[in-house]
Ligand binder design. Structure first.
Ligand code: ZN
Ligand code: ZN
Length: 162
């Protein structure tokens, strides 16, 4: 997901490959995502919405599991430093789900398909099935399809949060 105003080619350059946390997270405060426990449930929304796959680069077919909190990396305290890598989803379904729960303005975004290798760091929203990658090629760019968005909204409701 890229803002319409930004040229996707910048994702191939080092300065375009940093991911900031959403909102303001001050270093050292107790982590809100996991309530300071260091653990949180992970939902791979790509797999939840597509039936799951052992070849999924995010979850390897685990789909839903308890694991280290990606925001605090298990330490229970916020680490709000930008992380090296571009936040992506392995499927369109996972990406649409993420845009919808975030209430993103769909008309202000374009969907960029990338070829990439996994980054070393973990995405802030890894528990939603996001991953950090270092893009090597832009394969395509398309606007958000409201029909698909409506479909994903219905399928998300069918999966449920539990
Ligand atoms: Zn998965
Ligand atoms: Zn945490």
């Amino acid at each position: 997901m890229n803002p319409t105003s930004e040229e996707p080619g910048r994702l191939l350059r080092e300065e375009g490959q940093w991911t900031e946390p959403w909102g303001s997270s001050e270093d050292g405060t107790s982590c809100e995502k996991c309530d300071g426990t260091g653990m949180t449930r992970h939902d791979c929304w790509s797999c939840l919405l597509t039936g799951g796959s052992a070849s999924c680069p995010v979850c390897s077919g685990r789909v839903r599991w308890d694991g280290e909190c990606p925001v605090c990396r298990g330490g229970g305290k916020v680490d709000g430093e930008p992380r090296h890598g571009v936040s992506v989803f392995p499927t369109l379904e996972g990406l649409y789900h993420y845009m919808l729960v975030r209430d993103a303005d769909l008309d202000e975004c374009v969907i960029v398909e990338l070829e990439a290798r996994p980054a070393e760091d973990v995405d802030f929203d890894a528990d939603q099935g996001a991953m950090l990658v270092i893009p090597t090629q832009v394969r395509g760019c398309e606007s958000v399809d409201h029909q698909v968005a409506a479909d994903i909204r219905m399928r998300t409701a069918a999966v449920g949060e539990n």
